[in-house]
Design a protein around this ligand. Structure first.
Ligand SMILES: [Zn+2]
Length: 424
């Protein structure tokens, strides 16, 4: 008997030595305050065991052995969630979108995407919804796999693969008729073709489907609707029958209206929205991802000197539509269209949301628990809550007082693994 016991203890010690059995205590993180996804809580702590959140609340209410880590002067938040990124694009002032799509190989674009993924993670964004590879095919599925396999550092990815456009609507454009150029997304039209393309994208790993419900293809280059409401409905039905959902790029009232009625779950950009549209969105449970930073970046690439020149009409219109959206109470997803501007500079969108009238605490809710809820991730990430995955970010200062404090990242944990820590 004694011998057996000795063998068993030796076996357990061996397992501990090789890391098979975790002999470590859980770790209690002690910041100045915790934002749990809903509220700012002074003097709360967070206990992590393995890759799971075990406890959050006042320190005195925890019993049990823990190792402690004091993070003085910091706010601890759920890992931030980027709502609208293109991991395979980079700022258009460095290389125009057309050139990225037409002249760069998929392997070159992947090398850049790997760098973008790491920068995003180190900025405290532990989850990213990617809205299309823009000509890089299904490369997003490979990037996601490499991150999940631990080959390269990066956020959890939700991917849409190629995105769907109507024939004739999307770019790059302007070539001779005899030249059949590649596009930044995949064409689909009509009953059979739409079903096939949606299924094909799902088969290649799309977590959700992105459709361009309108685009700049009007007689004078203005944005006008692309798909009929019936076509959009068909995409939603086809995606939903396999447990996926559809989101729509739309900026015209009619493009938005068709997409909302068809059953998409979020409207991307939504520049031309008005009170009637916001009410329809509320009624149909559709969220708005306003991408404020994208327009701001593009106007500056076109020569606008922000802070010196007066606001261009596009910026004035966007401020007005965002403030009417806020007033209406439509659900706001935080997503900047990162890629149009630098990956890792994701906080730019959050700063602009505050500049355009949203309270910092509402922005914090949006970029954590609201994004998680809209992206079907509430049971995994987006809140500091018992049982959820240990995705955390700590920043110096209080971002509910000044949203730019989100730039002072001192600690990032993804799935229980510390990927950045400068608090030591
Ligand atoms: Zn986009």
């Amino acid at each position: 008997m004694r011998q057996i016991r000795a063998i068993i203890s030796l076996a357990i010690l061996t397992l501990i030595a090789f890391g098979v059995v975790n002999a470590q205590n859980p770790t209690m993180y002690i910041p100045d305050r915790v934002f749990d996804g809903q509220e700012m809580k002074e003097k709360w702590v967070v206990v992590i065991e393995g890759n799971i959140i075990k406890y959050t609340g006042p320190r005195k209410d925890w019993s049990g052995d823990v190792d402690t880590k004091i993070m003085e002067g910091t706010t601890l938040l759920p890992g931030l969630i980027e709502g609208h990124a293109h991991m395979f694009l980079y700022p258009y002032d460095q290389s125009p979108w057309n050139d990225q799509v037409l002249k760069e190989s998929e392997s070159y674009r992947m090398v850049r995407a790997v760098v973008h993924a790491e920068r995003t993670l180190l900025a405290g964004f532990t989850t990213v919804r990617d809205l299309g590879t823009e000509g890089a095919g299904y490369a997003d599925a490979s990037l996601k796999k490499a991150i999940d396999d631990g080959v390269v550092p990066g956020p959890r990815l939700l991917i849409s693969s190629k995105a769907i456009v109507a024939t004739g609507s999307y770019g790059p454009k302007g070539f001779a008729d005899h030249f059949d150029n590649p596009l930044g997304a995949e064409v689909a039209d009509g009953y059979d073709n739409i079903i096939k393309v949606v299924r094909d994208q799902i088969g290649h790993g799309a977590d959700f489907i992105k459709v361009y419900a309108d685009y700049r293809w009007g007689p004078n280059g203005e944005a006008l609707p692309t798909f009929s409401e019936e076509e959009l409905k068909l995409m939603v039905q086809t995606a939903e029958s396999s447990g996926r959902y559809v989101v729509a790029h739309a900026s015209t009232p009619e493009g938005m209206r068709r997409a909302i009625r068809a059953g998409v779950e979020s409207i991307e950009h939504g520049d031309g929205g008005n009170e009637g549209i916001w009410n329809l969105m509320k009624e149909k449970n559709v969220a708005l991802c306003p991408t404020l930073a994208a327009g701001d970046a593009i106007m500056q690439y076109q020569g606008w000197k922000k802070g010196i020149d007066a606001d261009p009409q596009r910026i004035i219109d966007k401020k007005n539509s965002f403030s009417s959206a806020l007033k209406s109470g439509v659900t706001i997803v935080a997503g900047g269209d990162v890629g149009v501007f630098e990956h890792g500079d994701n906080v730019r969108e959050l700063e602009m949301m505050v500049n355009y009238g949203m309270s910092p605490e509402d922005v914090l809710r949006s970029v954590t628990s609201t994004n998680a809820q809209i992206f079907h991730l509430s049971d995994k990430v987006g809140s500091i809550k018992n049982g959820l995955f240990a995705d955390l970010v700590a920043v110096k200062g209080n971002p509910a007082k000044n949203i730019s404090n989100l730039r002072n990242v001192v600690f990032v944990m993804k799935d229980g693994e510390v990927v950045l820590d400068t608090t030591r």
